[in-house]
Design a protein around this ligand. Structure first.
Ligand code: AMP
Length: 195
């Protein structure tokens, strides 16, 4: 598939702020921003059978199989590139297998690595809270709500994601180092990596 705008992958450990940076860039470049974790949570919220399966895997703190997530994401990526010419993707690919599937649709023009040490990842994610009504994200350390219990905007109750406990975060970081970090070398070799 051909594109006339950037095809950007944002890479980095959980809590690095890649989503925040991705959103800013998407606005600036006027291209869609696709956040894998959010698309999965939307599917769960729809109450579909697929959502029930996704929920069981996410709550477990493990990754969805490459084949499953690749099918889930490549269709959405192709659609966005076709309608907008470019895209920023956060949370996919997370392994070489997923990167193969991505490149089967379109080649990335940039891979942006936002890196932080594990301890910082754990510190930030343990303090993350989300409004159950409007999904607004807070951080008790870096971006606290006026009241620890409720959303500043809509007053909705704030909750901690099931997979944001220290044990689950450590598990996700192990997966990041094992499966996702090899992509840094891959994109460096392709000449598209920006740290
Ligand atoms: P995130 O919000 O990016 O931390 O994603 C939340 C959860 O969704 C992860 O812990 C995984 O269970 C699942 N997930 C998100 N992206 C992927 C991916 N690229 N491959 C496999 N599972 C994923």
């Amino acid at each position: 598939m051909k594109s006339d705008k950037p095809i950007i992958i944002v890479l980095g450990p959980q809590g690095s702020g890649k989503g925040t940076q991705g959103k800013v860039l998407a606005k600036k470049l006027d291209i869609p921003y696709l956040k894998t974790g959010q698309l999965l949570r939307d599917e769960i919220a729809s109450g579909s059978e697929e959502g029930k399966y996704i929920s069981s895997v996410i709550d477990d703190g493990t990754l969805l199989p490459d084949e499953y997530i690749s099918k889930f994401m490549t269709g959405k990526i192709a659609q966005s590139v076709e309608s907008s010419g470019g895209i920023i993707v956060d949370g996919f690919p997370r392994s070489n297998g997923q990167a193969d599937a991505f490149e089967g649709v379109v080649n990335p023009t940039h891979a942006i690595l936002v890196d932080i040490p594990d301890e910082e990842s754990i510190r930030r994610l343990s303090a993350r809270r989300r409004c159950i009504k409007d999904n607004k994200i807070y951080n008790l350390i870096t971006n606290p709500p006026k009241n620890n219990e409720s959303c500043d905007i809509c007053g909705g109750q704030l909750e901690q994601r099931v997979d944001d406990t220290p044990e689950a975060i450590k598990h996700r970081l192990d997966q990041y180092h094992r499966d996702t970090e090899p992509l840094i070398q891959r994109y460096e070799s392709m000449g598209v990596l920006h740290k």
